[in-house]
Design a protein around this ligand. Structure first.
Ligand code: ADP
Ligand code: MG
Length: 260
């Protein structure tokens, strides 16, 4: 049985202001889901709440991973279970190379599974990393760069995809992986994601625009509007959104006023 992420009637917000107003969504290992919606609909909030960002308060509902609530788990504990988050705006860590960062993350994962694990040796890690980089068609020199420090938008996303390839999460949530990228970078990043998606990994691709879905074809498409999933369907729903935009939802559910 593969891993399952279940979001059950989730209500969450910031400083008492509700943002998510009853989200229901199930993502299974091996499935590709797209979550679309206009700006301000709560997509990033959902990804922050899934990771356990302390600013966001869960008012009610639950998040289950393999049937067990993860609401009381710290972000690193959620990650050790096999839940991976790629953020819209990754932070840079000056002085830490991509390779060092990945090895530290991998060792933390191994130790969480087996407290007696002594960690991966440097040569063993290099082999693994170079193998994954080759698989993703990345230049090996990338591993020696300082994480996200002076990276282009595309390089930041590639660093996250490499992290995914090394950690091999069961379910990955990618928030606006295409934002700020030119079309070539979107294609390169999406091809990387596509290579990793398969029976071993499920993914929730969060996006405002349809274009990345040309490269990562989703099996399921959901529309978030004003903190709720208001429509779900197959790939045809993404194409409908590309044609019609979000105006029909505005008419139906009222215009959402976003905070400045
Ligand atoms: P999306 O990713 O769909 O554009 P967000 O989740 O970023 O939407 O935002 C949804 C709403 O919640 C917006 O009105 C936004 O201003 C508000 N919001 C999100 N995060 C915060 C925060 N940390 N503090 C205050 N308001 C927030
Ligand atoms: Mg967002």
């Amino acid at each position: 049985m593969g891993a399952v992420l279940e979001i059950c009637d989730l209500h969450a917000g910031v400083n008492g202001t509700p943002i998510l107003k009853g989200v229901n969504l199930t993502v299974r290992q091996g499935e590709v889901h797209a979550l679309m919606g206009p700006n301000g609909s709560g997509k990033s909030t959902l990804s922050f709440v899934l990771t356990g960002h302390p600013v966001y308060e869960v008012a009610s509902g639950d998040i289950l991973f393999n049937g067990e609530s993860i609401l009381d788990l710290e972000p690193d504990e959620r990650s050790h279970l096999g839940l991976f988050m790629a953020f819209q705006y990754p932070v840079s860590i000056p002085g830490v190379t991509v390779a060092n960062f990945l090895r530290t993350a991998l060792n933390a994962h191994r130790k969480a599974k087996d407290p007696s694990d002594k960690g991966v040796s440097i040569p063993e890690f290099r082999r693994l990393m170079l193998d994954r980089m080759k698989f993703l068609q990345m230049d090996p020199s990338f591993a020696g760069r300082y994480l996200n420090d002076g990276f282009s938008g595309g390089e930041k996303k590639r660093a996250e995809i490499l992290q995914m390839a090394v950690l091999q999460p069961k379910i990955a949530v990618m928030d606006e992986t295409d934002s700020g990228l030119d079309i070539d970078a979107v294609r390169i990043v999406a091809e990387g994601v596509n290579k990793l998606v398969g029976p071993e990994m499920g993914v929730l691709v969060i996006t405002h625009y349809q274009r990345i879905l040309n490269y990562i074809p989703p099996q399921f498409v959901h529309v978030m509007y004003d903190g709720r999933i208001v429509e779900s369907g197959g790939p045809e729903l993404a194409l409908k959104l590309e044609d019609e935009g979000y105006a029909p939802y505005e008419e139906k559910y009222g215009k959402v006023v976003t905070a400045p």
